[in-house]
Write a protein that binds this ligand. Structure first.
Ligand code: G6P
Length: 586
């Protein structure tokens, strides 16, 4: 989703700004732009499309020591040059993340004062509103402090004022913003990935804080304009250099990282007897799991484990639904928020709501010090490293792994699992998915079915496939298919059936027979302990069985199958159209 970079310092900055927005590319975007002071004037270069194309139009040797950059993921108005950031209205030029919910009303008001708008964006309205305030009081900090009284929604913004070529201004509410500091250089960003090549020292801006930054230093004020001292954090995690390491795509690289990450995580907890360091879920009467997209899907798998091993009812809720529904949670409930980025707007708000109800909150998060990590009562980092491909793979698997560890915290896990899972994953990597992928890559519709845990895995499998290959994939609980959707099964319609749970395999097999009888092309993804007749499937992916880890093994198989289908179709695998890695708007 949108990404912000700002620079002010003693050096020429366009290269740093471009490197910064490149580091944010992985979040997903459709247009890009930069603005900088050159002599006394502000230049803006922006367009729809990729950074590498914009870069050709920018002379990075230009003398400029202050500038801003942005990657936009369209919300208000199509991806286009005019809608791309930075936006300029009179003296104010800015980049913005978030959504101004009451922009229409403010726009109408500003039109009455003579403002004209070129774009369809809420950002241009924010820009004009700041210009309006500034034209009244001639004081940037004061103007920015007045935003909170008027603006509904979220904003993180980095601003140039044409009256002041020495300073960058920042203000935020809702959306994340950090300020990286190094000697005489300051970098503002929406995400640590954009600053890490320059500095590991940074501070996290809190809501309604305002910053004024020059090459000589910075001042941060609270909303009452009192100067405050912020803690400087040091990013001490090893951050992987963003590189494909010889793989064709980040997605494939990240799938291949799963072996090592899972092994390391299990070794850490099991070899050091640290399972008990994880929170004890058994003390709660009920557990809610909230998340979006694959994080929600991981929660479904977690529900299966927690209910089965801990005997506690678990309700998995899509965060954007949880926000607006009647809730029955209280101080005896636990709400687990799952989020790779830790910045998904709906999941953040779900945590805030849970806290209002006095429920205990645990964040299962990948990104260090992200918003969900900070606002949850307790945080569990999955330590998957940076995930670049928009379609999550390694983060999903580690979210599932942590949910498994939480559910088995009290029962314990045999250490032998560490070597076994690693060997098993390698076996899954060795399966040939390419031929099978070719057989289904030209299909328009694919169905996924499964029961119980296998239904939950199939949901994630179908999401992966549709995200990156653009094939319509629909997932059904195996027993539910005949209540309507079986009418869509025709000769050759692929039905991917997942069976890892022996206990109910015979039931799923019956459902497979129902679709097979109607001409379906059945691809069975199953563990090696499932006995099936050859005539019920057309193709088969057999993954090793494991009492605890089978779901992870089968999902890696489904991830790889989706990858090769998308590759066969020539899709933009790492950056599927319209999708964003981190969804910071509601
Ligand atoms: C976006 C991504 C998904 C992800 C979801 C939740 O939609 O494209 O892959 O699962 O957001 O993201 P989070 O960072 O909260 O896990």
């Amino acid at each position: 989703m949108c990404g912000i970079v700002g620079y002010v310092g003693k050096k020429n900055c366009l290269k740093t700004i471009i490197d910064g927005i490149k580091a944010l590319e992985y979040r997903g975007y459709d247009s890009v732009g930069v603005a900088y002071f050159r002599d006394d004037d502000i230049s803006i270069i922006k367009d729809k499309g990729r950074i590498m194309d914009l870069e050709k139009k920018i002379d990075t040797n230009i003398e400029t020591k202050i500038g801003i950059g942005h990657t936009r993921w369209a919300t208000h108005g199509e991806p286009s040059k005019v809608n791309a950031h930075p936006h300029r209205v009179n003296k104010i030029t800015l980049v913005h993340n978030g959504i101004i919910e009451n922009y229409d009303e403010i726009r109408t008001e500003l039109i009455k004062y003579g403002y004209e708008f070129k774009s369809d964006t809420d950002t241009e309205v924010l820009c004009a509103y700041i210009d309006y305030l500034y034209s009244k009081n001639n004081d940037m900090i004061k103007s920015l402090s007045m935003l909170k009284d008027k603006i509904k929604g979220s904003y993180a913004t980095c601003i140039l004022c044409s009256d002041d070529k020495e300073h960058l201004y920042i203000v935020k509410k809702g959306s994340p913003l950090i300020l990286g500091t190094s000697n005489d250089e300051y970098i503002i960003a929406s995400d640590i990935a954009a600053i890490i090549d320059k500095t590991k020292r940074y501070m996290i801006l809190d809501d309604d804080e305002i910053g004024i930054i020059s090459g000589n230093g910075y001042e941060i004020c609270d909303s009452d304009l009192k100067v405050i001292k912020k803690d400087i954090l040091t990013f001490d995690k090893n951050i992987d250099k963003i590189s494909k390491d010889g793989y064709d795509h980040f997605m494939l690289k990240e799938i291949y990282e799963e072996d090592d990450l899972i092994k390391k995580t299990l070794s850490y907890y099991l070899n050091n007897d640290l399972l008990k360091d994880l929170p004890d879920l058994s003390k709660y009467k009920e557990i809610y799991i909230v998340g979006c997209g694959s994080a929600y899907n991981a929660g479904l798998v977690g529900k299966y484990y927690i209910e089965n091993y801990l005997n506690i009812p678990v309700y998995v809720e899509i965060a954007s639904e949880f926000r607006y529904k009647k809730l029955f949670i209280n101080d005896e409930s636990l709400v687990i928020a799952i989020s790779q980025s830790g910045e998904t707007a709906d999941t953040i708000e779900a945590v805030n709501i849970a806290k209002k109800y006095k429920a205990k909150t645990i964040g299962i998060v990948n990104t260090y010090k992200s918003t969900i990590a900070r606002i949850s009562d307790e945080v569990i980092y999955i330590n998957a490293g940076i995930e670049v491909a928009v379609a999550t793979t390694k983060a999903y698997s580690l979210q599932v792994l942590y949910l498994i560890l939480l559910s088995l915290r009290n029962k314990g896990i045999d250490k032998n699992i560490i070597n076994k899972i690693s060997n098993d994953i390698k076996e899954v990597y060795e399966i040939d998915y390419k031929e099978l992928a070719k057989k289904i890559s030209n299909k328009e519709h694919i169905f996924f079915i499964g029961r119980g845990i296998d239904y939950y895995l199939a949901i994630e499998g179908s999401l992966k496939l549709k995200e990156i290959s653009y094939i319509h994939a629909e997932c059904y609980a195996a027993g539910e298919l005949k209540h309507g959707t079986i009418s869509l099964i025709d000769k050759g319609t692929p039905v991917i059936s997942v069976i890892t749970n022996k206990d109910i395999s015979s039931k799923t097999i019956s459902n497979i027979k129902e679709v097979k009888a109607r001409g379906a092309y059945v691809i069975l993804v199953c563990t090696d302990d499932i006995v099936v007749d050859k005539d019920i499937y057309d193709d088969i992916i057999i993954v090793p069985s494991d009492e605890v880890m089978s779901p992870i093994l089968s999902i890696i198989g489904l991830q790889l199958l989706s990858y090769y289908v998308a590759k066969d179709k020539g899709c933009d695998i790492d950056k599927p159209r319209n999708l964003a890695k981190s969804v910071t708007v509601e």
